[in-house]
Design a protein around this ligand. Structure first.
Ligand SMILES: NS(=O)(=O)c1c(F)c(F)c(S(=O)(=O)CCO)c(N[C@H]2CCc3ccccc32)c1F
Ligand SMILES: [Zn+2]
Length: 261
């Protein structure tokens, strides 16, 4: 591939305890986005995002990442438009990050890693009855990816960071009842989009990825706070939760489209 070898891609990757690409997988994620190979699609609509902050439920550490989960029992926090044929409901958001600032994101742009990446996971509640059902369908999920870069302190993120000590160990959870994830989105509407997969088990090829072109800025202390989390439960030997990103997967027969020239 352009910037990465896939020699190891069929090896078992320690973190995800499963083959890096599911046998016969043709649309696995994450990928490198080669800017000059992306194709502007004038028919892509603007992405419309409307989140109800009171649908926020809790933050928990599930041993992969820390995630903020939402009440998805009605169409209260949804996205529509962009590359999507239907309306999708917000289920949760989580992050991926590195042990150091040189890497941590799942997707790369022209082979450049960002120190972290935010994923807002949505499911197609128009065609499917549950998230679990949608996870198995080609158009079941839509994940918005936002790169985090080192810079100014992010005030909206700080409310999340302040809660992290309470979910330091795997399987700890705290109530988090009002949060508007829109504050974590860059103001620039530009994005890339491609057909891909979950990057954690079950790795199903059910995700329409929408990757924002512009990163948001967070400061060093905020990234360091992510790195104080643990993969391990209370009483286990502590292992710091870092480098929780999947290796790059081959593009195969896919085109990345851009919403911008
Ligand atoms: N990078 S990603 O967007 O592919 C992605 C993750 F990276 C990730 F870590 C998780 S998870 O919930 O923390 C772990 C469960 O697989 C999910 N959660 C999804 C995947 C499967 C599943 C099942 C129930 C609820 C949420 C999820 C996820 F969609
Ligand atoms: Zn993710």
């Amino acid at each position: 591939g352009a910037c990465c070898s896939y020699r190891l891609r069929d090896a078992l990757h320690p973190l995800w305890q499963s083959p890096l690409t599911i046998p016969g997988g043709t649309r696995q994620s994450p990928i490198n986005i080669q800017w000059r190979d992306s194709v502007y699609d004038p028919f892509l609509k603007p992405l419309k995002i409307s989140y109800d902050p009171t649908t926020c439920l809790h933050i928990w550490n599930n041993g992969y990442s820390f995630l903020v989960e939402f009440d998805d029992s009605a169409d209260r926090s949804i996205i529509i438009g962009g590359p999507l044929e239907n309306q999708y409901r917000l289920k949760q958001f989580h992050f991926h990050w590195g042990a150091v600032n040189d890497w941590g994101s799942e997707h790369t742009v022209d082979c450049k890693f960002y120190p972290a990446e935010l994923h807002l996971v949505h499911w197609n509640a128009v065609e499917y009855l549950s998230f679990e059902e949608a996870v198995m369908e080609g158009n079941g999920l839509a994940v918005i990816g936002v790169f985090l870069k080192l810079g100014a302190r992010h005030e909206g993120l700080q409310t999340l960071v302040d809660a992290l000590p309470a979910v330091r160990h795997k399987d700890t959870v705290i109530e988090f009842d009002v949060f508007d994830p829109s504050c974590l989105l860059p103001s620039c509407p530009d994005y890339w989009t491609y057909a891909g997969s979950l990057t954690t088990p079950p790795l199903t090829e059910s995700v329409t990825w929408i990757i924002k072109k512009k990163p948001i800025e967070v400061d060093e202390d905020q990234l360091e706070a992510f790195r104080t989390l643990l993969f391990t439960s209370h009483g286990e030997e502590e292992r710091r939760m870092v480098d929780n990103f999947r290796p790059l997967q081959p593009l195969m027969d896919r085109t990345v489209r851009s919403s911008f020239r």
